[in-house]
Design a protein around this ligand. Structure first.
Ligand SMILES: [Cu+2]
Length: 161
């Protein structure tokens, strides 16, 4: 019982170290992370939550990383039962006083032309560009894949994600 209590306490204290967030203007970017991909995979996805504490709407319009040749803003759509991902037109809007979650199966930053896949436990920099707040660089933490990567339809080509 005592050991259990000690462990529970220890994990409580490590929580703040796991969470990481960034602020730019009135935006907060919470816990940018990616999932480890097979070494030969040319793509990876990045997820985080954007909160807008300001009085004006903003928009995530671009992303870039030295980790990949290109980065695009993607979403998933259900096309007659087939999940497809496509580029978001006009960026990802964050209304004043609201937050938007980029998460598996939904919105994400897609890294394309990945030169070398990061491993679980690694981190790499990602630059996000907002229409109003400007640029911010965040560290993306690479987490264990855990589940099987989903197969996506990207145009006519299925690609693991
Ligand atoms: Cu994608």
């Amino acid at each position: 019982m005592r050991t259990f209590a000690t462990l529970a306490l220890a994990s409580l204290f490590t929580l703040p170290a796991l969470a990481h967030d960034y602020t730019v203007g009135s935006l907060k970017i919470d816990h940018p992370y990616s999932r480890a991909m097979p070494p030969a995979s040319p793509t990876a996805a990045v997820f985080f939550t954007i909160s807008n504490n300001g009085k004006q709407a903003d928009r995530l319009i671009a992303a870039s990383s030295k980790q990949s040749g290109r980065a695009e803003l993607h979403t998933h759509t259900n096309d007659n039962g087939v999940m497809r991902m496509r580029q978001v037109e006009g960026g990802i809007a964050i209304a004043a006083g609201s937050s938007v979650k980029l998460a598996p199966g939904g919105l994400h930053v897609m890294l394309l032309e990945v030169k070398q896949q990061a491993r679980a436990g690694d981190k790499f920099p990602l630059t996000l560009t907002f229409e109003r707040a400007g640029e911010v660089q965040v560290d993306v933490k690479v987490e264990d894949g855990g589940e099987q990567p989903m197969q996506h339809q990207h145009g006519s080509m299925a690609m693991p994600h």
